[in-house]
Design a protein around this ligand. Structure first.
Ligand code: TNX
Length: 547
């Protein structure tokens, strides 16, 4: 018995000693280390073999090698060669989109995607087998991997309204998504504090709605106002550039145009959109304001505001005009129309709204919200697109084809799935990356507590759903609301390392979930963050150094 134990220990030691540790996040479905031990070295002499479908993967790999190791490789058409990284798609019918196999051996590196997207993810896995420090020769351990994603929708959101970030950072953010084998970027483009997308028909949206005169200092309601005019927007040319950049990385962008709430910036630009165009914008109580307080203003603090879109023909025509320009910019099948946090006070006060409720035979203001969303859905459907809305769109009756994004916990998502509607899970209790990740957080954050382990523990398939209802759960997403992120380093800090945990929740089989194993792999991933020079939270050290 003792002898057996000693033998087992020795062989384990030997395995650990001889075999390089494979640290991949998200954990692949199957990793096999061959009995032939060793590694293949990528040097400037190595060639990438790619075909027309996988050329984007070759280009990404080269850009990455150049940026972090200082050299790039020749790319050839796929003919068998030694010292090569072969990246191909084998077009296997009936396989899951994004699946791939890869093998590293003395013969070289072979990545076979079942489709072009799979080849791209195989290449992402290769990046994680590379050393985390700059070197001229990059040794990659012999290994074979089979892999495929668990969920089809693997998303990350960014709010560019509360704070605006330049195109260069948006591209970087899309790289972060791709590096984690995720595939959707939800771009939150309009809100009370800024309208961020150029609409040629309505130039005031960005001229007026794209800027605010000041921003509160510290947590809501603010202990002062910085009095700095802040803002910015993306031109349609820039949007096209970003969409292409994302598509080259197999990332689909879903634009969000908020309605009927969170509309202060649009109303500041076109007051007729309000039920009470002549009423000045109200700043919340105790909120320090800077500059003009008369007329309609872009908001300077956070929260939920009563002045929302009036459900008038003027507003519908206006929003249709906006969508006529937004829809052609984004190839995605979906447009997010918001639908969250729409107070009903203005609609209650408005004779026009009350008359409309009677005329349309609606029950109340919730019915009116449902009428608003359903009418916009009809328009968007007529353009060949589907809508996504926050879970408030359930109130007063769901629009017929809507996909629901469940943010106030999982309740809304469960209800929508039971009503046979597609669902994207983004429960704030697991997926809100604007919430604090450390008990000893010393920067200003919105509140809440979503530490790394909480994210890692998430399962997007709620136990309340029956087997045939879980098929409506399309996937999940983390949201980055940026009230308290006035620079890109703060965005990175809130994102990392929680993005790693989320990627594993979305990609890896549930049976592979292993917190301790994840922490071990994350140590290496942290070294990679250093290589990338991204900012990340050190809260993980609180967990791993605590005994
Ligand atoms: C709720 S989530 C919001 C956002 C805020 C966020 C802060 C959602 C649909 N609406 O407007 O930024 O909370 O955590």
């Amino acid at each position: 018995m003792l002898l057996k134990k000693i033998l087992v220990c020795c062989s384990m030691l030997l395995v650990n000693f001889c075999f390089a540790q494979i640290n991949i996040i998200p954990q692949p479905v199957k990793v096999t280390q061959p009995s032939e031990n060793g590694s293949f070295s990528i040097t400037s002499k190595t060639v990438i073999l790619a075909n027309a479908n996988t050329i984007k993967s070759a280009e990404f790999l080269n850009k990455y090698l150049k940026e972090f190791y200082g050299f790039s490789l020749k790319v050839n058409k796929s003919v068998k060669k030694n010292n090569a990284i072969l990246i191909k798609d084998i077009n296997a019918p009936g396989k899951i989109a994004g699946a791939y196999d890869m093998e590293v051996s003395s013969r070289g590196i072979e990545i076979k995607g079942h489709d072009a997207e799979g080849a791209f993810y195989g290449m992402q896995t290769l990046l994680q087998l590379l050393p985390t420090e700059k070197a001229k020769s990059l040794s990659v351990p012999y290994v074979s991997i089979h892999d495929e994603p668990r969920f089809e929708y693997r998303g990350l959101h960014l709010d560019v309204c509360r704070h605006f970030y330049p195109v260069e950072f948006i591209k970087k953010y899309i790289d972060f998504i791709a590096l984690h084998k995720m595939n959707y970027f939800h771009w939150h483009l309009t809100d009370d504090q800024g309208w961020r997308i150029e609409i040629k028909k309505y130039p005031r949206l960005t001229e007026i709605g794209g800027y605010r005169n000041g921003t509160i200092i510290g947590n809501y309601p603010g202990k002062g106002n910085d009095g700095i005019r802040k803002g910015g927007f993306y031109t349609q040319e820039q949007v096209k550039e970003v969409v292409k950049y994302a598509a080259d990385r197999y990332v689909t962008i879903i634009p969000e145009i908020e309605m009927p709430g969170h509309a202060s910036a649009a109303i500041a630009a076109y007051p007729q959109l309000s039920c009470f165009p002549n009423e000045s914008t109200k700043a919340p109580k105790n909120c320090p304001w800077y500059g003009d307080t008369t007329g309609k203003q872009v908001q300077q603090t956070w929260g939920v505001f009563e002045d929302v879109f009036c459900p008038s023909e003027y507003t519908f025509k206006f929003l249709e005009g906006v969508l006529d320009e937004v829809i052609p910019l984004f190839p995605a099948e979906y447009v997010h129309i918001g639908g969250d946090e729409c107070p009903k006070e203005f609609w209650k006060r408005s004779a026009f709204c009350q008359q409309l409720i009677r005329e349309k035979g609606l029950k109340d203001e919730h019915g009116l919200q449902s009428y608003f969303v359903t009418r916009m859905e009809k328009y968007i459907n007529s353009k060949g697109k589907q809508i996504i809305g926050w879970d408030e769109i359930l109130e007063g009756g769901l629009a017929p084809n809507a996909t629901v994004m469940s943010w106030r916990g999982e309740k809304g998502g469960i209800e929508a799935a039971k009503q046979k509607h597609d669902v994207i899970m983004t429960p704030n209790s697991y997926c809100y990356f604007d919430y604090s990740q450390s008990k000893s957080e010393d920067s200003v954050v919105i509140g809440g507590f979503v530490p790394l382990q909480k994210v890692y523990s998430y399962d997007p398939l709620p136990s309340e759903l029956k087997a045939d209802e879980t098929k409506y759960i399309w996937g999940a997403q983390a949201n980055l609301w940026t009230e308290y992120m006035n620079n890109t380093k703060k965005v990175e800090y809130m994102l990392f390392p929680r993005l790693s945990a989320l990627s594993e929740v979305l990609w890896s089989p549930k049976s592979a979930r292993d917190w301790q194993g994840f922490l071990n792999r994350q140590k290496v991933q942290t070294q990679r963050y250093n290589l990338w020079k991204v900012n990340y939270s050190k809260a993980l050290e609180e967990i791993t150094t605590k005994k």
